[in-house]
Unconditional design. Sequence first.
Length: 158
Amino acid sequence: MKRIWIPVIFCVVLVACLNKTDKEKANTSVAGTNNVAQEPNTPGPEQPRDSSKYTSIQWLDSSKSLGTITEGDVLKINYKFRNTGTKPLVIEKVQPGCGCTIADYPKEPIGPGQVGEIKAEFDSHGKEGMQKKNISVFANTAEQTYTLWFDVTINKAK
């Protein structure tokens, strides 16, 4: 009789653990995270973007050719834009394409007709030759993501 009870108890405990895991997953899905880390205010798979808050953006310069520098130099790069829509423009986040570039952006909304600026710095330490880098910009526009580019040629330090 003991031989029957041990497997039965094991199965009951196993099923109880599985049910708890399924419930935890369901609660996580309801919260909208699906176990995926998301930036605040960034729509996830279950959070549709509100198109009534869309505006439009005009990039005054979105691509730059920065010439030639020496390895180790740090470049400062500015990209200007204008809110050409009728709603405030909110830059939700900027994401450089690599760790050698950092970027900063306006945290406050840019009013209709106003100009704003994305500021970036590129650190050329350990780089050589032609480099083409990008920065992704996420905003409350119909086209949610914009890509800014720059290229630079780096001469080896002597």
